[in-house]
Structure formats: structure tokens, C-alpha cells
Design a binder for this molecule. Structure first.
Ligand SMILES: N[C@@H](CCC(=O)N[C@@H](CS)C(=O)NCC(=O)O)C(=O)O
Length: 215
């Protein structure tokens, strides 16, 4: 385990689940370090010295290098494995959907889920944005729905790291007040992701134990 990457994560997070799910599905050893966002543990001088952006997930490697951004960390862990698309087109499709995830899905599902479901006490000042986030997130789910009506997975490679990235917040959308059941192809794709070997739900993946102890 000394040579294993350390992943700083937080419970319940659709971003933190991505690299941890990649590691779980590939059987990769990782050391999980939990931070409580609501208790301010991502903003302490100690953590800001590790990641000046004060955000998780964040990965440090035994050689002293480090990497931020959930999709970048998931990509790094998937490199050279069956989860990595291996044709130029499929790799470009992965980049396309991972960008779309961050700019259209996560950007809307995550804040409304956080302020209405995870920490409603903090949501008072953001009430006027709830309908905006839900409208934009619903439009993004519609784009994903249209694509998945004719595709089993988001790239032509088959199940890949890009599916895991898009899955992160999409499968939690109900908790943000989204009518996920209206998106039948998205729901069928979620079931396909959940049927993959090594899949574990978010509360099992981010449960407070090191991954190799929990597995
Ligand atoms: N784009 C980043 C977003 C990371 C992010 O927003 N993380 C949240 C938890 S999901 C966080 O660490 N917030 C800490 C804070 O605001 O102090 C990624 O994909 O990793």
C-alpha cells in the first residue's frame, strides 16, 4: 500500500466516486483519505498546502507528484486498462462526454443536489438558482438521453472511464429533484453501469474505510 496512490475524497460526492469506482472495478490499491467538506476540512491550511484549490477528489503519488479534477484522476487510473478507449475516435468521444459532464451535468446537478439535499441549511441564499440549475440540468439529461437511445455506452469502445465520469452525478440526479425516470435510455444505461464487474454503490465505495480494506 505504500506505493499506492492516495485519494482525498468526501462521502456522498459524485465527483469523489469516479476515481474510487475506477479503482474498485480494476482492483487497484488506493489509500482513501476522507475530508468533511461541511466541517471545512477542504479549506484547512494543511489541505490547501496539498491542493491550493481546496477541492476533492485529489490524488497524491508516492513520488510527490499530484493531480486534481475527478475526471483527470479517473483517466490516470484507467490508463492502459480495459476501461480506456483505445481508438482515436473513442478517446475523443470520451473527452467530449467528460467535458460535457463537467460543464452541463455536474455543473447543474451537483449544486442543486448539494443545496437542496446534502446541506439544505446552506441553500437559503441559493433558492432562486434551484429552478435554473434544474432547467439546465434537465436539458443536459435530454442530450444524454438522445445519445443513449442509440448507444449502449458513451463511447464506441464499450464501457469505459467516460461512462464512470458521466455516471458520477447523473445517477444521483433524483437527489437534486430531477425527474430522472423521464429519461428511460439514461435509466437503462445506469443499470448497465451498475451491472459491471466490481461495481459498488456510492455509500459502499465512500464509506470511511480504505478501499483495499473494504473490498
Ligand atoms: N471539477 C472538480 C470539482 C471538485 C469539487 O467541486 N469538489 C467538491 C466536493 S464534490 C469540494 O471539494 N468542495 C470543497 C469546498 O468547496 O470546500 C472535480 O471534478 O474534481
Amino acid at each position: 500500500m505504500q506505493d499506492a496512490p492516495t485519494l482525498y475524497v468526501t462521502r456522498g460526492s459524485g465527483n469523489s466516486i469516479k476515481p474510487v469506482l475506477v479503482a474498485s472495478q480494476l482492483g487497484l490499491p488506493v489509500q482513501l483519505r476522507y475530508l468533511d467538506v461541511l466541517a471545512g476540512e477542504t479549506q484547512t491550511p494543511e489541505f490547501l498546502a496539498i491542493n491550493p484549490l481546496g477541492a476533492v477528489p485529489y490524488m497524491t503519488l508516492p513520488d510527490g507528484t499530484s493531480l486534481g479534477e475527478s475526471n483527470a484522476i479517473a483517466w490516470y487510473l484507467a490508463e492502459g486498462t480495459a476501461l480506456m478507449p483505445d481508438t482515436p475516435l473513442a478517446r475523443a468521444q470520451a473527452v467530449r462526454w467528460m467535458n460535457f459532464e463537467q460543464t452541463a451535468l455536474e455543473a447543474n446537478i451537483s449544486p442543486v443536489r448539494f443545496f437542496s439535499f446534502i446541506a439544505p441549511d446552506l441553500g437559503t441564499d441559493h433558492q432562486d438558482m434551484f429552478s435554473v440549475w434544474r432547467e439546465r440540468g434537465t436539458a443536459a439529461l435530454g442530450v444524454l438521453e438522445a445519445y443513449l437511445r442509440t448507444h449502449d455506452f458513451v463511447t464506441d469502445h464499450g464501457y469505459s472511464v467516460a461512462d464512470i465520469a458521466v455516471f458520477g452525478y447523473t445517477h444521483l440526479a433524483r437527489e437534486g429533484g430531477f425527474a430522472l425516470d423521464d429519461f428511460a435510455a439514461v435509466c437503462r444505461w445506469i443499470q448497465r453501469v451498475e451491472a459491471q464487474p466490481g461495481y459498488q454503490p456510492i455509500d459502499a465505495l465512500l464509506c470511511g474505510d480504505d478501499l483495499d480494506q473494504a473490498a
